[in-house]
Design a binder for this molecule. Sequence first.
Ligand SMILES: [Zn+2]
Length: 264
Amino acid sequence: MKSVWINELTWMDIAEYLEKDDLVIIPIGSTEQHGPSGPMGVDTYAAMAIAEDAAKEAGVLVTPPLWYGDSPHHLNFPGTISLLPETLIAVVKDIVRSLERNGFGKFVIVNGHKGANLAALTVACKSLKQYELPHIQIALTDPLFLATRAGEIKDTVEHHAGELEISHVWYKHPHLIKTSELTKENIDLKTEFSDYIKEDLFGKEGVKVEVFWNNEEQKEFAPTGSFSASIKASPEKGREYHENMVENLVQFIHWFRKPSSGGA
Ligand SMILES: [Zn+2]
């Protein structure tokens, strides 16, 4: 294949692929603010990069990315575009239904937007598998689960628009990071939300209870949009983080494409 991206192939190329394989990766991100140094598309670029490099290595196809996610908490920052969770569920279901209709049977959703999209994406996957298309295999992952080496690679606590998110885009798209605007401060989420907040998305911490906030509250406690210091970000860390995730995803794909995997 001359590309792993479905949008760059002809229908005949896809038909040829389907003669030997039926697995496809679906990258899903967001268009939301990522502080003063990161572009609005950080989460989508992350999902696309992981999907593309894993697909090249495993020899599978990737759908065009979904550039929108569940981001209402960022809506006080201009340029943020958010889907209601029910819209996201509906869009994901339509993508899978379409592909299933024309011969795909194994779906790997690669989310780049961390926890915020996971509720809607989990509902979509469970609902399709349980009630509508029981014969398909469908899986969902995210940097939170793929980046097994995150703790070793980064130096700072990271919640939003921090070291690894910024490093990842810096590695893949250096011109999109405003390196003069990297942030030095961490928002102290514990003063806002107590010790129960999961302050470091990639950290191992004690008892956690999720407390929710809205866009007005967020603009107040994080006025620049950055929650986490990105000053220690670098393209080299981005490369390490990226390669760790791609390697883990490729291993999963090798297991998932075996006919006996995943209860099919
Ligand atoms: Zn993000």
